[in-house]
Design a protein around this ligand. Structure first.
Ligand code: DGL
Length: 291
């Protein structure tokens, strides 16, 4: 399948994708680290959550999103979703990109996190809190082993958390028992864990509440700054990509938001995930759309 070629002089925004609102926590860091670049965000809210869905479904949905981003002129797309990074990224990078657009890039959030997470732990025991899909993919243990072969990785799926966050129910004090159950489960399996990674882009909304339930020596790591620093480093090492991204080197670039569900609901709910006013537009994703 061929996409219309964009002349290399045609710059485009950086695409940022998530199943719903969670990727906005990554976008918040990206715009802080790379303020001059233009960004375009898409939340596939109509089909979220991705966590319980099959490999095939997450791959198909994410492919559609990437094609849509390319049709908007993006040369670089960040899958700001651990589940999509775990289940779709490798196939998109290895099978689809060479056919669709060999000079464009799709990057995920798992590898940049795996590259640094081992540096946070003294005990060598790291806990991973993620969606069921990310846990089952085994992506974190596999990737972390490449960079920190001695680190022991303990995974815990947190199936209640994404619905709890998306509905706003986590704000109620009665949600405490649902919030503490997963970190408690991790620590009961390995009391030596001193580093817990929030390996789902929705989970930073729970970070302060989680910290309250943990022993003082346990650090909770969020991915936003890690991913943003890694992207800044990537663009420093790839000036040919940096020059294909629209925006200004100084000043503030544009931020544009799209959702596959209702824009008014997205604008209201997104405020919990992203500082700043959002005025999104609705789009439809399907295998027919894109280009
Ligand atoms: N935000 C996504 C992630 O980082 C998961 C949310 C979902 O299940 O759709 O994995």
């Amino acid at each position: 399948m061929q996409i219309p070629s964009l002349a290399s002089s045609e710059k485009g925004p950086i695409g940022v994708f998530d199943s719903g609102y969670g990727g906005l926590t990554i976008l918040s860091s990206l715009v802080r680290y790379l303020p001059g670049h233009d960004f375009i965000y898409l939340g596939d809210n109509a089909r979220a959550p991705y966590g319980p869905r099959s490999f095939e479904t997450v791959y198909a949905y994410t492919r559609e999103a990437v094609r849509w981003f390319f049709a908007q002129g993006c040369h670089l797309v960040i899958l700001a979703c651990n589940t999509a990074s775990a289940k779709a990224l490798r196939n998109i990078q290895q099978q689809d990109l060479p056919l669709w657009a060999p000079d464009r890039r799709v990057l995920g959030v798992i590898r940049p996190t795996a590259e640094v997470i081992g540096a946070f732990t003294k005990s060598g025991d790291v806990g991973i809190l993620a969606t069921d899909g990310t846990v089952r993919s085994e992506s974190y243990p596999l990737e972390i082993r490449k960079f920190f072969p001695k680190v022991r990785v303990w995974q815990q799926a947190c199936p209640i958390w994404v619905p709890l966050i998306e509905t706003g129910e986590y704000l109620d004090p009665s949600a405490d028992s649902f919030i503490r159950k997963y970190p408690d489960a991790l620590l009961s399996r390995c009391p030596d864990i001193d580093t817990i990674l929030l390996a789902c882009t929705h989970f930073p909304l729970l970070a302060d509440r989680i910290r309250r339930f943990l022993p003082s020596g346990v650090r909770v790591i969020e991915q936003g700054a890690i991913v943003a620093e890694s992207l800044r480093d990537y663009l420093d090492r790839h000036p040919e990509m940096r020059q294909r991204i629209s925006g200004a080197d100084s000043g503030v670039g544009s931020r544009t938001f799209y959702t596959t569900d209702r824009a008014d609901i997205f604008d209201r709910e997104a405020a919990r995930f992203y500082p700043g006013v959002i005025s999104s537009a609705h789009i439809r994703l399907s295998s027919e759309t894109g280009w």
